[in-house]
Design a protein around this ligand. Structure first.
Ligand SMILES: *[C@@H]1O[C@H](CO)[C@@H](O)[C@H](O)[C@H]1NC(C)=O
Ligand SMILES: *[C@@H]1O[C@H](CO)[C@@H](O)[C@H](O)[C@H]1NC(C)=O
Ligand SMILES: *[C@@H]1O[C@H](CO)[C@@H](O)[C@H](O)[C@H]1NC(C)=O
Ligand SMILES: *[C@@H]1O[C@H](CO)[C@@H](O)[C@H](O)[C@H]1NC(C)=O
Ligand SMILES: *[C@@H]1O[C@H](CO)[C@@H](O)[C@H](O)[C@H]1NC(C)=O
Length: 350
């Protein structure tokens, strides 16, 4: 395989990551993968047949989806940098999946984020003209506000949601594999992810007019960055609802485990199994433990040394930080800075 293919630069881990959000699909994908002919879709091991068909009929879409995998990794890491569980097991997939393969709160988050990311990437690709099947989103029906006019290229959210759901949800719709409860959980959480994406659509504007006077503003509807959607989903993760698979009427549904009789809300993430506290390393439950994790001595949040280290204590070490300093503005128009070194004390969990 030639090193010039558009996908060669992708790390193996992003294929693995994608696999995770999508039931291990793509997990054995070769690192140097060429995706410019339909028969290459067969090389993407672990895809269910509906996904292979989508790949064959739309290779550009598939490239966008693989790109989304990388974005999931970044956004997940960022959202959970201050937590004991920090997304790192995503990279170890498919060999280290227990925290994510079981129906835990963490897997709820990852499925929701993966679904949001795929639809996000597709909607954005429509805007940048990377996909032959779609173009800019619709011009909004409501007036744009005083001094504004609609213009630019809106993200085609409806196309993103449609095609993203087709791909993301395909494995959960295959009859034979996996428990029904897990599939329902994943489908529900993927839908929550797409709902969070919908909620992130906002009006964005650009100024025009003589010498930046901004007398006219052109506006369009664009999606927030994936990291903002991830932050929203993290809030939902923190208040996720434990559910059980129970008969309600003629069929079995996921219903909240505690005794308040109400259906699951469309906006809430749900999980079936409690997670470990992630304090100690225990591969059997998918916990890496927090030994050697950096903690923050002055914070009183989840990254505080108390919480992060689970009361085991922590070790200080010194770190050298180089930063720009004594910056001076020169007329006209540049800035010069010096480099300063600073010694900072940091802490890692025992
Ligand atoms: C697909 O990519 C390979 C490797 O870059 C190249 O040799 C081949 O000509 C390409 N095929 C098509 C149909 O573009
Ligand atoms: C995207 O939005 C446009 C409206 O501008 C709409 O007509 C179209 O059906 C949407 N989907 C695609 C695939 O372009
Ligand atoms: C995430 O946690 C793992 C396991 O504790 C650790 O090895 C890794 O360095 C952490 N990653 C970051 C970016 O803190
Ligand atoms: C530690 O937490 C404090 C308070 O939340 C914050 O101001 C500071 O930037 C944090 N330090 C680091 C190294 O993250
Ligand atoms: C952290 O401590 C400060 C000062 O004691 C307090 O105002 C703040 O609400 C605390 N934050 C959290 C998350 O507990």
């Amino acid at each position: 395989v030639k090193a010039t293919s558009p996908l060669t630069a992708l790390s193996l881990s992003s294929h693995r990551l994608l696999s995770l959000g999508l039931c291990r699909a793509l997990s054995k994908t070769p690192a140097a993968l060429v995706l410019n002919q339909t028969q290459h879709c067969k090389q993407l091991e672990g895809l269910v047949s509906a996904q292979v068909q989508l790949c064959r009929s739309n290779l550009e879409l598939m490239r966008t989806i693989v790109h989304a995998a990388r974005e999931v990794m970044k956004a997940c890491r960022r959202a959970f940098a201050d937590m004991r569980w920090n997304c790192s097991s995503i990279e170890l997939a498919p060999n280290y999946l227990l925290d994510l393969e079981r129906g835990t709160r963490e897997s709820a988050f990852v499925y929701a984020l993966s679904a949001a990311a795929i639809s996000h990437a597709i909607a954005r690709a429509c805007t940048s003209g990377d996909l032959p099947g779609c173009s800019c989103g619709p011009v909004p029906g409501e007036p744009p506000g005083p001094g504004n006019r609609w213009g630019g290229c809106a993200d085609n959210l409806s196309y993103g949601l449609l095609m993203g759901a087709k791909f993301s949800d395909a494995p959960m719709k295959v009859k034979k594999t996996g428990s029904q409860a897990n599939k329902l959980m994943r489908l529900h959480n993927s839908e929550v992810g797409r709902q969070a994406l919908r909620a992130s659509l906002e009006v964005k504007c650009k100024c025009h007019g003589v010498s930046g006077s901004c007398s006219i503003r052109t506006c369009w509807k664009g999606l927030q960055e994936l990291r903002d959607v991830a932050a929203d989903l993290k809030t939902r993760y923190l208040s996720a609802t434990k559910v059980v698979h129970r008969p309600m009427g003629t069929r079995k549904h996921l219903v909240p485990k505690d005794l308040d009789i109400r259906p699951v809300k469309d906006s809430e993430l749900v999980y079936l199994q409690s997670s470990p506290d992630f304090c100690m390393k225990n591969e059997k439950v998918g916990s890496h433990g927090t030994q050697d994790r950096q903690c923050n001595k002055t914070s009183n949040g989840s990254d505080s040394c108390d919480l992060m280290c689970c009361g085991r204590g922590y070790n200080p070490y010194t770190d050298r930080v180089v930063e720009r300093c004594h910056c001076k503005y020169h007329w006209c128009c540049y800035v010069t800075c010096r480099k300063c070194e600073r010694i900072v004390e940091r802490y890692v969990c025992k």
